[in-house]
Write a protein that binds this ligand. Structure first.
Ligand SMILES: Cc1ncc(COP(=O)(O)O)c(C=O)c1O
Length: 366
């Protein structure tokens, strides 16, 4: 029985041709034509004016926070139920993450919890669009405007995700994406930053490249980083972007198959709620009874089906612990499983996965 992984990138289209072009022309580092081609094509795809590429989605977040001037003494409101990079990058700036709870159906940050967490020290909100579903992009930007707070969108998991037809990343003061190998479009490792203001965008470009002066060679006038993407990564990214709509379409079909085949079992699938386009970065299910989550994962593993548990809430992790209880985050984290979600999954593989989930519940109900 062949093992079914949670994810595998689809590297068709022009990937090989573009990468070979980098190799044959020698443009393998962070200069070369593919960088601006990928940045421009990405900006156009999401409807932004500009985008700047970086080495991965974590440094994208750090760069965005730094470019917005967030640092020591600031509080940043963030869902505890997120991937740890959202939290680590806030801590790396010297700011304090203030954890809030999430919503049980969309799995996204709860706007009411954000409102209740605002203090005089609050500088920003980080909205994380998790597993391909958007956060409430009416309520959260409105809250930020009313309270004069910056909004950062962590769209690492939100490529192809839309709120009222508008791509995520267009609502905040800055937004970031990840192109890790398991993302809907990948560059191996890679990321992208968008910013609303041209000044913030300029700061991102300078900060990611050692703060080099624009008019004097090897003159650096700010503490900065090397967070640049390579031309090879950008070549892969451009080829991925060319087939993005078909990858997203395929993932939607897969999510629909899971929804139909798993209906009636003691679980919920992660469905779109509200005026949204769910991009199904991950197809997820939440078992009704949290004690069944790990046994179900073991049963699937015995059937050569790889799954992932949902993220653990950050407020429970040793290096960023907070002595609070966030009941929804803790509950969904304990009940959630990401299923195989890559666009190349065949109908036969999907049937095998759904049969294995159903057989687990059949044998447990007996
Ligand atoms: C929500 C979220 N933020 C940030 C990141 C960091 O991206 P990267 O792994 O490219 O550094 C990820 C990665 O999966 C993520 O899921």
């Amino acid at each position: 029985m062949a093992r079914i992984p949670v994810y595998e990138p689809f590297l068709g289209g022009n990937v090989s041709a573009y990468v070979n072009e980098c190799l044959t022309t020698g443009w393998i580092s962070s200069r070369g034509a593919f960088i601006s081609r990928f940045e421009n094509a990405f900006a156009e795809y999401v409807g932004a004016e500009q985008a700047t590429s970086v080495a991965n989605g974590t440094v994208a977040l750090h760069l965005a926070l730094e470019a917005l001037g967030i640092g020591a003494g600031d509080e940043v409101i963030v869902p505890s139920f997120t991937y740890v990079a959202s939290i680590n990058t806030i801590l790396q700036t010297g700011a304090k993450p203030v954890y809030v709870d999430s919503l049980p159906d969309t799995l996204q940050v709860d706007p009411h919890a954000i409102r209740n967490a605002i203090t005089p020290k609050t500088r920003a909100v980080m909205a994380v669009h998790l597993y391909g579903h958007p956060c409430d992009m009416d309520a959260i930007p409105a809250l930020c405007r009313e309270n004069d707070l910056l909004l950062i969108e962590d769209c690492a998991e939100g490529f192809g995700t839309r709120w009222k037809g508008q791509h995520v990343g267009r609502f905040g003061d800055a937004a970031t994406f990840s192109f890790f190998g398991n993302k809907t479009i990948t560059t191996g490792e890679g990321g992208m930053v968008l910013a609303r203001s041209a000044d913030v965008m300029d700061r991102c470009r300078r900060l990611k490249s050692q703060g080099v002066s624009l008019d004097r060679e090897y003159w650096h006038d700010m503490l900065a980083y090397n967070y640049r993407m390579t031309n090879i990564q950008a070549a892969i990214g451009l080829a991925q972007l060319e087939i993005a709509d078909s990858l997203l379409g395929q993932k939607k079909i897969i999510a629909q198959s899971y929804k139909q085949a798993l209906a009636g079992l003691p679980l919920q699938t992660h469905e779109p709620i509200g005026p949204v386009d769910h991009s199904f970065w991950m197809c997820s299910l939440l078992v009704d009874d949290p004690t069944q989550r790990d046994p179900l994962r073991r049963h699937l593993a015995e059937n050569e089906i790889e799954t992932r548990p949902f993220f653990s809430p950050a407020h429970l992790m040793p290096h960023c612990r907070a002595d609070i209880t966030l009941p929804i985050a803790e509950n969904i984290s304990a009940r959630g499983i990401n299923l195989p979600s890559y666009p190349g999954l065949t109908p036969e593989q999907l049937e095998r996965i759904c049969d294995a989930v159903a057989s687990f519940f059949r044998s447990n109900l007996r």
